[in-house]
Design a protein around this ligand. Structure first.
Ligand code: IMP
Length: 183
């Protein structure tokens, strides 16, 4: 679905699918250049990173491996709970590998800082972070983010993998919700 299909549910569109595709291609190029000759293990964080993982990996020219983790952070509301729990761990061993975490969005950074500590203890060759969206005011001191798709205002957004109460992940554009949806 695109924004026109759910006009009533959205306040405004932040990024169209064309803008997102363009930016993903630019970030993929940057990553390709940085990792020249080294295989990368992309670790996608379910469920939100589904779309960016799929598009980013296909926009890259290097060989990649892919693995997934699922972590609980948000319930069905719009604020970070601070509760971080591994719901699904990686399938493979990351020892000696160049790990690139692929995230949908970083808000407080709590989820990611926990994750980085956890993965570092498994002795990868390196760990870097790519996030499609970073909210303004993110606690950047918690983690270093290597690749950012877009910086966005501190508002709750949906689409391109991001949900509200399980919905809107399949929205191809990214936008803010109309207040009547969450109030
Ligand atoms: P953090 O731990 O506060 O950085 O939260 C990160 C996680 O919260 C993301 O991976 C998303 O699953 C979720 N999240 C944060 N902000 C939003 C948003 O605006 N829309 C949808 N999900 C969000």
């Amino acid at each position: 679905m695109d924004a026109a299909d759910i006009r009533q549910d959205l306040e405004y569109v932040l990024f169209t699918k064309e803008q997102i595709a363009q930016r993903v291609a630019e970030v993929a190029l940057e990553i390709d250049q940085d990792y020249q000759g080294r295989d990368v293990l992309l670790v996608g964080i379910l469920n939100g990173a589904l779309m960016v993982m799929s598009d980013l990996s296909r926009a890259m020219k290097s060989h990649v491996e892919m693995d997934w983790m699922a972590i609980s952070s948000y319930g069905s509301g719009t604020r970070s709970s601070g509760v971080v729990r591994i719901l699904k761990d990686l399938t493979g061993d990351i020892t000696g590998k160049h790990v690139l975490i692929v995230e949908d969005i970083i808000d407080t950074g709590l989820t990611l800082s926990y994750l980085v500590q956890n993965l570092l203890s498994r002795q990868p060759a390196s760990i870097a972070i790519m996030t499609m969206f970073r909210k303004h005011g993110t606690a950047t001191s918690l983690v270093d983010i290597n690749y950012i798709g877009f910086d966005i205002p501190n508002e709750f957004v949906v689409g391109y993998g991001l949900d509200f109460a399980g919905r809107y992940r399949n929205l191809t554009d990214v936008g803010t919700l109309a207040p009547h949806i969450y109030s």
